[in-house]
Structures are given as C-alpha cells and as structure tokens.
Write a protein of this length. Structure first.
Length: 140
C-alpha cells in the first residue's frame, strides 16, 4: 500500500500542487527584471515613473536579452496586454548598441508606448493573482 501511495504522490499530487501554486504566485517577471520591478514598487502610479525606472528597464532588458530570458518575461506580460511581447523584443533589439541621451528619451524614441502609464502599470502589477480573474481577463 505504501509504494502505491508514494507513486501517486510523486506522479500526481506533487505536480498538480506545483501547478496550482504557480497559478497564484507568478514571480517570473520579478526574477527576470528585478531592477525595474524594484523601482516600480516605489512608484505611486499617478504619473510616469522616475528616470531611475527607465534606466532600470534598459539594464534589465539588456541583461535578459543576453541571458536569453527576455522571451519568458515578454510572454508573461503579453498575457496581460496584447503586444507587450513585441514591445519588449523591439526594445531589446534597439538597445543592442550604445545609446546616448536620457533613458526616458531613449525608450520613448524606440516606442511611444514607453511614455504611457498603462505600459508601466503592467510591469508593476503584483504577480499574486487569482486564476479565475486571469481566465476572465483573457476571455474578454
């Protein structure tokens, strides 16, 4: 009886529990883009974030692109707002070389969406979510 219980535990219960845990706690964006999520945690969300957040985003996008993890963050953010994957990949490509100027101007020149509050709010959104709200948001 014990071997059967251990088999069921290892093949069904643990994987299902892990999947349910990921449904409620999503740390992927914060792990891939730690600087910008840290900066945005201090942001009040009423006006565009400070230049430090723009600088942090540039650093995080470059680091994620180099590490090959930008796709994971882009896909996750694209679940919330269609087109975010394209925005991050285009930004990553354009930030490949040396850039001069203020971070706000650099990102605004790459895509005007970086001057939109909603774009920054998506990155800032807490990643503790209900699967029900995620499903209802995707179906609309």
């Amino acid at each position: 009886m014990l071997p059967l219980f251990l088999f069921l535990l290892a093949t069904f219960i643990v994987p299902i529990g892990a999947m349910l845990g990921r449904a409620f706690f999503d740390r992927e964006v914060a792990e891939i883009m730690p600087r910008v999520t840290s900066e945005l945690a201090r942001w009040d969300g009423r006006a565009l974030p400070p230049d430090a957040a723009y600088s942090a985003l540039i650093e995080d996008v470059r680091a994620a692109r180099e590490a090959g993890t930008l796709a994971s963050a882009a896909t996750r953010l694209n679940y919330d707002v269609a087109g975010f994957r394209t925005l991050l990949f285009a930004t990553g490509r354009r930030l490949g070389g040396e850039v001069a100027g203020s971070p706000r101007e650099i990102l605004g020149a790459i895509d005007p969406k970086w001057n939109d509050l909603e774009t920054w709010a998506v990155i800032r959104r807490p990643r503790h979510r209900s699967p029900i709200s995620t499903c209802s948001r995707r179906s609309t």
